[in-house]
Ligand binder design. Structure first.
Ligand SMILES: [Zn+2]
Length: 188
């Protein structure tokens, strides 16, 4: 007879151990009681009711004695469950760094970034170009054959086709130009 009870971590088994020596003793006791009962029944000449009562008493007595003899036969076995920890070796990946004497340099052609030119009109306020007009000190008119200072108001009225400009007074003198009577270029 095996009872199994599971507790957390332990297993308890109850079982009756049959001690054959004690079992024989119980059987002999039983036979003695039966014989005693029969002899008592004959000796006291019991009727059926008395026999039944006596039998019941003897059975109870036998039970008590039998249990006393067989007592402490119940074995309580406690099995503790142990968790066995098994350490598995973790596979270690070893890395080998190989040094190569002649390394192969791989040339990878990267796509050249395409530069797209986009025309965009940007309005910039540029500084005005200075017109590269030489500023002559004297101007003359080939029509009237007179020469003036550039600032003279008469010089503004000289037609472009007759305008002669020069920085030297001698140029006009050599070309027989007369000096203006208003601005007197010969004095400047
Ligand atoms: Zn003048």
């Amino acid at each position: 007879m095996v009872h199994k009870r599971r507790y957390s971590g332990e297993k308890v088994n109850y079982r009756v151990e049959y001690d054959y020596d004690k079992a024989i003793l119980v059987v002999i006791l039983g036979l003695f009681i039966i014989c005693g009962g029969i002899l008592a029944s004959i000796y006291f000449s019991f009727d059926i009711v008395e026999n039944l009562v006596m039998t019941c008493i003897l059975v109870v007595v036998f039970g008590i004695l039998a249990s006393y003899i067989m007592g402490n036969q119940m074995v309580r076995e406690v099995e503790r469950e142990f968790v066995r920890e098994i350490e598995k070796p973790y596979p270690v990946v070893q890395r080998y760094i190989q040094t190569i004497d002649n390394p192969i340099i791989k040339v990878v052609e990267k796509p050249y970034p395409v530069i797209r030119e986009i025309e965009r009109k940007v309005f910039v306020t540029e500084p005005r170009h200075k017109l590269n007009i030489p500023h002559y000190k004297y101007v003359g008119s080939s029509e009237t054959m007179t020469y003036h200072l550039r600032s003279c108001r008469i010089s503004k009225s000289i037609k472009r086709s007759h305008l002669v400009s020069n920085n030297s007074r001698d140029y006009f003198r050599n070309h027989k130009y007369k000096a203006c009577q208003l601005c007197h270029p010969e004095k400047h």
